[in-house]
Design a protein around this ligand. Structure first.
Ligand code: PRX
Length: 629
């Protein structure tokens, strides 16, 4: 599974292009199957019917747990670092994790959860989150993890879309100094949901909670009521493993569906190769399990590879901005995988928080989620990696299941701000506006992938047409990523950002339409338009242009009220950073908002607005320029 030299990379890459099925068959053989597959790859992009390892029967938890018991049973699978550094950290060996997963799987079964049922998981970053995820997989239930920062309404939308029958949550969660009432949020969500029969509540904060008779159950009591023998459910390769909601350029978030075998193979293969994981190393991915990065590189990739994965409950700035570095020193972390927004934020606190921590255990660094600027790249490399740890900039998406373009740590060359080269098995192309493939180097265009890979999205839950439209119709015969990209003279790829109406705020994907819909729900708002703009820490900030019925008497108060509405409808992550009240929006004669102009104003580039002669009312532009924030 591991490629160890640049020459091996080149050979593997060529092989993966010449004979993709042979290549992925070889990788697939590294896993444990109940029944071998009949066909490695079938289906096509046009109908979005890609299938991998069809006919194969397996259970992903046998790969993540059972197969490690013989020789790694006593090795830590999970190290958990709590929010408060004075609380005890917890180490869970593969044997104990296996035992707890089986036990919790029996709890699910006891309450009627069956293969194919959808289960919503809304938990803080505690080991129980991983246990709940794997327990679902053990019995063939489909997990839909919802990030702890989402609002009740967002949870309800996700539960209703997938018709979840159970929610797994906690009384509350600790984040820095705050205690967040998770169960209360779930209760509010469930007022809007009809399909949920049970809620399992894990105790974390001892926040008082309302427990409804006949519906709500305590995790701890339930766990005691079952035994720990739970044979893994035999699953088809293409059965659904999970749904994970992500924002698109239009409408409500879509449920990205990943299936068992292809996802497992791809998450594990990319984990092993990109991070060049060595036995015994401790891997610390700072993402939340509520996002794809956590699914693939805290849970499934590391555990299927028999690695030790560190789960951190808290935030990078609590009790102070040295927390990540203290964790590295305390647990002798070897691999640190984080996001540019975290790096930029910690950079701004200065080196005094870094210097007293022994970071010599680090062997590899990684970045994910958004373009990393040169300054952040160098700071991370020099001050955290002491100049001698490879730094991988990993480009991928919720829809790709795992890392697509990245250097392999210490194996292939790195280049600051470039994700560099595709992994073997991945065939990126740049495409121009007309859909023609742009050949050669030193070029830029829209990033597409021209051949399937095992981790590719299978469908958008409940709406296959949307999947076809979003990813496979813009450029027929290819998967369209939604990203702009350039390829340098040496063939290295650099992702420049989204080319659609999706923003990337602190590495979180947020659709402009989603934020606009929330703003438009606010009393007195007539219309709004939202764009992203460069933000020093967050990468992108959210800039909202809003037309109100009446000129606000107290604009500052109105801004706060609107932010509160967005926070309640989506979650605090979607709150606009800037709100400009305007009298009109720049629209074409057909009524389409010209976002290009709004983006330029938000960026402060008033002099390069381009042609505005096609606007219905060019005068609004002057008005908008004059009031820019
Ligand atoms: O725009 C790209 C950006 O994040 C988007 C995917 O977001 P999401 O599905 O939430 O997954 C994030 C974690 C994999 C992409 O379309 N993105 C992700 N990684 C990078 C990146 N942009 C530049 N460089 C990266 N390394």
């Amino acid at each position: 599974m591991r490629i160890k030299t640049f020459e091996e990379y080149q050979v593997a890459y060529q092989q993966s292009v010449d004979d993709p099925e042979g290549y992925w068959a070889e990788v697939g053989q590294q896993f444990q199957w109940r029944k071998p597959w009949k066909k490695v790859l079938s289906g096509d992009f046009a109908e979005a019917t890609i299938k991998w390892y069809e006919g194969g029967v397996l259970n992903i938890t046998e790969n993540a747990l059972d197969r490690h018991l013989a020789d790694k049973g006593d090795q830590p699978a999970i190290i958990w670092e709590p929010n408060d550094p004075d609380d005890q950290s917890v180490t869970i060996t593969y044997r104990v994790l296996y035992d707890r997963v089986c036990r919790f799987a029996n709890v699910l079964k006891k309450h009627g959860v069956k293969k194919g049922d959808r289960i919503c998981i809304y938990l803080p970053m505690v080991p129980e989150l991983t246990i709940a995820v794997l327990a679902c997989a053990r019995i063939g239930a489909v997990h839909s993890v919802v990030f702890g920062g989402f609002s009740a309404k967002s949870i309800a939308d996700r539960i209703n879309d997938a018709e979840c029958t159970m929610v797994i949550t906690s009384d509350g969660s600790f984040r820095g100094q705050k205690v967040i009432p998770m169960k209360e949020t779930v209760d509010n969500a469930l007022d809007l949901c009809k399909t949920v029969k049970n809620v399992i509540v894990m105790t974390r904060t001892r926040t008082p909670v309302s427990m409804l008779k006949g519906r709500d159950l305590w995790w701890e009591e339930e766990e005691k009521s079952v035994d720990s023998v739970c044979p893994a459910e035999p699953m088809d390769a293409e059965d659904t493993l999970f749904i994970l909601y992500t924002s698109g350029s239009t409408g409500k978030p879509k449920g990205v569906v990943h299936t068992i075998a292809g996802y497992m193979v791809f998450a594990t293969y990319t984990f092993a190769n990109v991070f060049q994981y060595e036995p015994g190393e401790i891997h610390f991915c700072t993402a939340d399990i509520g996002w794809i990065t956590g699914h693939s590189y805290i849970v499934y990739g590391p555990l299927c590879y028999g690695a030790t994965s560190l789960i951190f409950e808290g935030i990078p700035t609590y009790p102070d901005a040295g927390r990540f570095w203290q964790i590295v020193a305390k647990h002798k972390v070897n691999i640190l995988y984080t996001a540019p927004t975290a790096i930029r934020s910690l950079m701004s606190f200065g080196l005094s928080f870094v210097k007293d921590n022994d970071l010599s255990s680090l062997t590899k660094l990684g970045s994910v989620g958004e373009p990393i600027n040169e300054e952040a790249w160098q700071w991370f490399k020099q001050n955290i990696g002491k100049g001698n740890c490879p730094l991988v900039d990993t480009w991928w998406q919720t829809e790709t299941g795992g890392i697509m373009i990245s250097s392999l740590a210490g194996v292939t060359p790195e280049k600051p701000t470039y994700a560099t080269l595709p992994l073997p098995g991945i065939q990126p192309v740049l495409v121009d506006e007309k859909g023609e493939i742009i050949e050669g180097n030193g070029v830029s265009g829209n990033l597409c992938i021209k051949f399937p890979w095992p981790g590719i999205i299978r469908t958008t839950y409940g709406d296959h047409e949307r999947c076809k439209q979003t990813y496979f119709s813009t450029y027929p015969g290819m998967y369209f990523t939604g990203d702009g990209c350039l390829r340098d003279e040496d063939g290295n790829y650099r992702i420049t950002g989204r080319v659609d109406d999706v923003m990337n705020v602190s590495g979180h994907r947020i659709g402009t339409a989603e934020v606009e819909n929330a703003i438009n729900m606010h009393l007195g708002v007539v219309e709004s338009a939202v764009v992203g703009y460069p933000h020093e820490i967050k990468g992108q900030g959210i800039y909202a242009y809003i037309i109100t019925e009446n000129k606000p008497d107290d604009p500052e108060m109105m801004r706060k009220d609107i932010a509160a509405t967005v926070s309640r409808l989506i979650g605090p992550i979607a709150k606009p950073d800037k709100i400009q009240f305007v009298s009109g929006l720049p629209k074409t004669r057909s009524g389409k908002i010209m976002r290009r102009i709004l983006r330029k104003v938000a960026e402060g580039e008033m002099d390069s607005l381009g042609d505005i002669s096609t606007l219905l009312d060019p005068a609004v532009v002057e008005d908008i320029k004059a009031g820019a924030l």
